[in-house]
Design a protein around this ligand. Structure first.
Ligand code: NAP
Length: 283
């Protein structure tokens, strides 16, 4: 609040909550908020609109990196990579035997994608290489849109009940907060694996903990949590069937460079009073 006083532009990270109070603390000369992320749930868009402040984000450049991470999490959880690595470090690897660390098949399995936008589609394309059946739920997607990436549109209930893997790619907003909750988790297969690279609060984490300890679903792999950072003593981290990484979806050298350039372009355009090259127009 002190540091924004008098500025014309703010470059924000997803960890910076930029609400009307922050905008007012900056002052009436504030022209632009440039978010160094594609998701903009940390910014009060309505408050910015009311004050005539432009908001920018970084769509597209992080799509492939984030889809790669979603798939890495899917595979790691299915084949229990984190458990395997811990098993060796704990000195438990004494011999080879037929039933050690058995996981789930990926090839031929059914993947459910919730939110068939840029990243959701990129994940669907990766699934094609593993001959997966891909189901998608996304309110405004068309069947042709889904078919272009080998996916079939279904209702949320159908997706939950049929998928071996459920991967979340929705933005966080009032409609998607706790989209995955006790009820929706109960609709999933007991062998299902949940992957979240969207935003932590899309999942009701207490309900997820309960589902993972009671065998409602088999495992979860999370790039995003609620809260972030997730405290090291959080109960989820005690569960062997949970893999958590620290919000690294877009964390590749090239992707972060592209995001930085895009965010800088937005910031400069806004300060100079030009339309932003990548403006947030809804929300
Ligand atoms: P996008 O292209 O806007 O895709 C989001 C999709 O979700 C849209 O197709 C949207 O449909 C759909 N959707 C919205 N509400 C839904 C609902 N209730 N149920 C099902 N689908 C719904 O955005 P993107 O670039 O793929 O990014 C998606 C999100 O991923 C971002 O908002 C961000 O939070 C997250 N993300 C995370 C990381 C990371 O580091 N882990 C990196 C990048 C992005 P409509 O078009 O109908 O609204």
């Amino acid at each position: 609040m002190q540091q924004v006083r008098g500025v014309e532009g703010i470059l924000s990270l997803l960890t910076d909550r930029i609400d009307g109070e922050v905008m007012d603390a900056a002052g009436p000369q504030l022209k632009v908020i440039s978010n160094y992320a594609v998701g903009y749930d940390n910014i009060d868009i309505a408050a910015a609109r009311e004050r005539g402040i432009a908001v920018g984000n970084t769509p597209g450049v992080l799509t492939e990196a984030t889809a790669d991470l979603a798939f890495a999490l899917l595979m790691a959880a299915a084949r229990r990579l984190a458990e395997g690595a811990a098993y060796i470090r704990a000195g438990k690897w004494k011999t080879w035997e037929p039933t050690t660390l058995l996981g789930a098949d990926i090839t031929g399995a059914t993947l459910g994608i919730i939110g068939l936008g840029r990243i959701g589609k990129a994940v669907a394309k990766r699934a094609a290489g593993f001959e997966m059946r891909v189901l998608a739920h996304s309110p405004s997607a068309t069947a042709a849109d889904a078919a272009s990436v080998g996916a079939t549109l279904v209702s949320l209930d159908e997706l939950l009940s049929q998928s071996d893997f459920v991967s979340l790619h929705v933005p966080l907003n009032d409609k998607t907060r706790h989209l995955i909750n006790r009820d929706t988790l109960r609709k999933m297969k007991p062998t299902a694996i949940l992957i979240n690279t969207a935003r932590g609060p899309v999942v009701d984490q207490n309900a997820l903990y309960e589902a993972l300890t009671q065998g409602t679903i088999a495992a979860a792999a999370l790039d995003v949590t609620d809260p972030e950072p997730l405290p090291a003593d959080h109960p989820l981290l005690d569960l062997p069937n949970v893999l958590v990484v620290p919000h690294i979806g877009s964390a590749t050298v090239k992707t972060r460079e592209r995001m930085a350039i895009m965010a800088a372009d937005n910031l400069i355009a806004g300060v100079q009073g030009r339309p932003l090259p990548h403006a947030v127009t809804s929300g």
